[in-house]
Structures are given as structure tokens and as C-alpha cells.
Design a protein around this ligand. Structure first.
Ligand SMILES: Nc1ncnc2c1ncn2[C@@H]1O[C@H](COP(=O)(O)OP(=O)(O)OP(=O)(O)O)[C@@H](O)[C@H]1O
Length: 303
């Protein structure tokens, strides 16, 4: 169990984290989600033992970060948001550099390097200089460098920002594999669909405050409002209002109703009788993004 207890962090006038507390079960994938500037990186740096000046405490197994920082750090592989590699060296030499920092050498380092290169899909590029790599390949190598010492807790700060879909899928595979091996993953992102896909539990953070925390299914259940989605040129708010509470969503409308199936039936009848042809008419399942929006009134995407 990793227990985050009442963490606060102030950068001069900015309160980056405001009394944050939650727990993460071992062997699970935890997603920290929030918009730009929410405080995700600050919390990730505190969790990985890089940022030492904060209030509160963190417990990992039987250790406390306040008194057993080195023991906890040995358990952690931290992948920062900014790529941290020596570009003039080869992938292999970067791994050796990081391996040495973790105290690995000789045969042990050689074996781990081979395993990690396989895991990150860069075996055939091991002897190439990093400067020749794509952004996604650099990102994967950066992940590999943090895995050499077989950490039981892997902390990834927005690892998929600005990379190609192939590298993104490859990172997801690495995460699935790490989880299958029993590692605990702490993953921050502002891409809701990624977190929904990967994580067992989540913390929603905004302006330094933890807005919500829990298991994914529980949160979706808690905030799920039964609704229908309808769109089409002939579909107007006034017509929909007689069937339930209406809100705009993308190119159409969400129609909240306690009995969505019955409403769907009534709506189909109405459309048929009035020769209205919706482009889309379907049951709508709330997503993590909807929960965040309901809680904070903030859209997560930059766009
Ligand atoms: N070294 C620093 N000095 C001063 N203010 C900082 C520093 N690092 C972060 N901040 C501020 O703290 C707040 C939280 O920043 P943080 O980087 O933790 O957010 P984030 O959720 O990771 O954002 P992003 O998704 O953009 O990386 C922001 O207002 C940011 O400007």
C-alpha cells in the first residue's frame, strides 16, 4: 500500500498542492488526472523523492518518506515529463549510464539491458545514437532507463504527450506487462480516455485539490446519469425538452432521463410521426471526462 497523507506544496505565492490524501493498492495502476497546471507533476516529483520540500508524509510498505527516503527511492522508477537522455550517445550507452547510477554493472547490467531493450522494442536500434530517434523512441528509451533496477513502483508523468500512436500503443503494452509482473503504476495524464483504458483507480486533481478519488467503476457508477445522445439537422432543443433535461454535447444533445429506454422508444415514435431523421440516436454512457467536467466545470483538453 502507498499512502499519501495530507500533502501540501507551496511555490512562493502558488499553492501547487492543497492537503492531498489518498491510497494506492500494490500491483494496481493508479491514474492522476487533471488539466495543465493542476499539480500533477509536483505530486509525481514528491512521490518519486525528487522534490523534498513539502508538507505531509508518504508511506510505502512499512517505510515513511520523511525517515526512509533512500529505501523508498530504491523501489521507484521515475519517468519524468521531460525526456532526460544523452542524445550524442547510443541507446545502449544511455542504458549503461543509467544502470551505473542505479549501481548495476558487469553481467547483471548486460542481462537487464537486453531485457529492457526487448521490453521497449528498441533491440535493433541499441547501437544507434539517440539523436537519430523519433520522439516516441526517445520516450520509450527514457522509460527503459527507469526500469533497469526492476522497480516495484513505476511513476510515469504524462508519458504519451506529443508522440505517435504506435509508440503510444507500445507504452501501453509496457504498462500492461509491468502490471502483469506485479508492479504498481502511477500514471499522470490529461488524456481521459487513456486513463480510463489503463487504470484501476484514479484521482481527479484541479488547482492543487483532489476533487475525487476512487475505483474507476465506482466513480462512473456514482456520477452516471442515464442519458441519450441525439444529433441531426432537424433536432432542436425545444422538441427534446418535453422528453427530459437537455444539454448540448459536441454536435448534438444529451437528454437526461430516469428511464432512458422508455424515452428512447418515445423519441423514436415522435421522430417517425414528425418525419424527423436524427443522424445519431443512442444510449449514452458517461465517461471520465464528463465526471471531471461535472465536478470542476473545466474541460480537460487543451483544445
Ligand atoms: N518550480 C516551480 N516554481 C514555481 N511554480 C511552479 C514550479 N513548478 C510548478 N509550478 C506551478 O505549480 C502549479 C502546478 O504545476 P504542475 O507542473 O505540478 O502542474 P501539472 O498538473 O503537472 O501541469 P502540466 O500538465 O502542465 O505539466 C502550476 O501553477 C505551476 O505554474
Amino acid at each position: 500500500m502507498i499512502s499519501i497523507e495530507n500533502i501540501s506544496k507551496q511555490y512562493e505565492a502558488i499553492k501547487a498542492l492543497n492537503h492531498i490524501s489518498f491510497k494506492i493498492d500494490e500491483g494496481t495502476c493508479f491514474g492522476l488526472v487533471g488539466p495543465n497546471g493542476a499539480g500533477k507533476s509536483t505530486l509525481m516529483k514528491i512521490l518519486s523523492g525528487i522534490l523534498l520540500d513539502f508538507n505531509g508524509d508518504i508511506h510505502v510498505k512499512d517505510w515513511k518518506v520523511s525517515t526512509d527516503r533512500i529505501k523508498i527511492k530504491q523501489q521507484i522508477g521515475y519517468i519524468p515529463q521531460e525526456i532526460c537522455l544523452e542524445e550524442t550517445l547510443t541507446a545502449q550507452d544511455n542504458l549503461i549510464l543509467f544502470g551505473n547510477l542505479y549501481g548495476l554493472k558487469g553481467k547483471e547490467l548486460q542481462i537487464r539491458m537486453e531485457e529492457v531493450l526487448q521490453q521497449i522494442g528498441l533491440k535493433d536500434r541499441a547501437k544507434d545514437k539517440v539523436i537519430t530517434f523519433s520522439g516516441g523512441m526517445k520516450r520509450r528509451l527514457n522509460i527503459g532507463c527507469a526500469l533497469l533496477h526492476k522497480p516495484s513502483i513505476v511513476i510515469m508523468d504524462e508519458p504519451t504527450v506529443g508522440i505517435d500512436p504506435q509508440s503510444r500503443n507500445s507504452i501501453f503494452s509496457i504498462i500492461h506487462q509491468l502490471k502483469a509482473e506485479g508492479s504498481t503504476i502511477i500514471y499522470s495524464s490529461h488524456y481521459m480516455e487513456e486513463v480510463e483504458q489503463l487504470c484501476d483507480s484514479i484521482g481527479l486533481i484541479d488547482k492543487g485539490k483532489l476533487m475525487e478519488f476512487g475505483r474507476m467503476e465506482e466513480l462512473l457508477e456514482k456520477y452516471a446519469k442515464p442519458s441519450l445522445f441525439i444529433s441531426g439537422e432537424s433536432i432542436e432543443t425545444e422538441m427534446l425538452q418535453r422528453f427530459g433535461e437537455v444539454e448540448s454535447k459536441g454536435h448534438g444533445y444529451l437528454l437526461n432521463s430516469e428511464q432512458p429506454l422508455l424515452t428512447l422508444e418515445n423519441l423514436v415514435t415522435h421522430c417517425r410521426e414528425h418525419s424527423l431523421e436524427p443522424r445519431r440516436l443512442e444510449l449514452y454512457h458517461p465517461r471520465l471526462e464528463d465526471i471531471f467536467f461535472n465536478l470542476t466545470g473545466t474541460q480537460l483538453r487543451d483544445s
